[in-house]
Design a protein around this ligand. Structure first.
Ligand code: SF4
Length: 337
């Protein structure tokens, strides 16, 4: 068959994913390198209570109960920092035993050296590590931790332990010599045979506006570089959230993923967003990561709006899988249809 260089476009009606934020703790405090003002928006975790924390069995029950009725294929483990979760390996094993095709985990990498073997042996399919600069000094300024070398050692350990699919997340931030840093990062990823994801800094109400303005950097400045050194291989369109993921294949072998956030007022977008007052500056969109539940068993479909949360704590604690599914599906229907 003849090989084609045409970009593949895929439309995704509904991401078949569940994202579980397994804890509320992080050992980093991600901040702008020049001012030290925090930019981490805690991934829209929407925590409401200090003393509510789901148990190990709650997470396992939820992942099992929702898998079949929602046709879920992937479980994404995140948190604040999921490697601080005490039984992370057991959790991964449970999700694999429940029949999930892919279990992934996103981490800052600080504890990876110690945990890599456990993650690999538990059956983790995809590991994503966040590194926002390859310059040790800038890395420490951003994270508050002088640990870039330690994180890189953790990645090497993860490869050695046999985790096949490793990706690096990088939030694009402006600092001196940033493009040099990014090109070094891309070359390093090619050498290590690791994929990378470049994210633009997402605006949210908790961010300092002046800092956002002076630190924002778009990956689009790399378009010329991508065009010269590779091609756009695939576009995935997430219809409900109005978000696109672009996959660039570079000749060096590295695969780069970038995001595009469309306007939220196009016809296929979730109906609720079409009249949302925040739509004009909303980036991620609704149900961008599928079903997302935090460690208080609160479902949060939107980064910017706390009022859109659905509390399923009582249904999970009652182990009532049928009502849990009905409650979440009617909530989705109300916002999306
Ligand atoms: S802020 Fe939330 S509800 Fe409003 S457009 Fe964005 S995703 Fe939709």
């Amino acid at each position: 068959m003849q090989k084609t260089n045409r970009t593949v476009i895929k439309e995704v009606d509904w991401p078949k994913e569940i994202r579980l934020l397994v804890n509320k703790k992080c050992n980093y405090r991600c901040s702008f390198p020049d001012t030290g003002i925090k930019w981490c928006h805690e991934d829209g975790a929407h925590f409401f209570s200090d003393d509510k924390e789901a148990s190990f069995d709650d997470f396992v029950f939820t992942a099992r109960a929702l898998k079949q009725p929602f046709h879920l294929e992937k479980v994404k483990i995140a948190g604040m920092e999921p490697l601080l979760y005490h039984r992370i390996g057991d959790l991964i094993k449970e999700f694999k035993q429940a029949g999930y095709r892919e279990v992934s985990l996103t981490t800052n990498g600080y504890f990876l050296e110690k945990k890599a073997k456990e993650l690999a042996e538990s059956g983790l399919d995809t590991l994503t590590v966040s590194i926002h600069s390859m310059n040790p000094e800038i890395y420490s300024k951003i994270t508050g931790s002088d640990s870039l070398d330690r994180v890189l050692r953790g990645i090497a350990r993860a490869k050695k332990a046999g985790i096949r699919n490793i990706k690096i997340n990088r939030v694009m931030l402006r600092f001196d010599h940033v493009w040099q840093d990014i090109l070094f990062f891309i070359d390093w990823a090619a050498k290590e045979k690791i994929s990378i994801k470049l994210y633009e800094l997402i605006f949210s109400g908790c961010l300092d506006q002046k800092s956002y303005f002076s630190n924002y950097l778009s990956w689009r400045s790399l378009l010329g570089y991508f065009c010269k050194n590779g091609r756009l291989k695939e576009v995935r369109r997430f219809l409900i959230s109005g978000r696109e993921r672009l996959f660039w294949q570079l000749r060096s072998g590295v695969r780069v993923e970038t995001d595009i956030f469309n306007q939220k007022m196009i016809p296929k977008i979730a109906s609720f967003c079409q009249t949302c007052p925040l739509a004009s500056y909303c980036q991620e969109g609704l149900f961008s990561y599928g079903i997302e539940l935090n460690s208080e068993m609160v479902l949060s479909p939107c980064l910017l709006r706390d009022d859109l949360s659905l509390d399923v704590w009582d249904l999970v604690k009652a182990r009532d899988g049928k009502r849990l599914f009905l409650s979440i599906s009617s909530y989705i229907k109300k916002l999306v249809d």
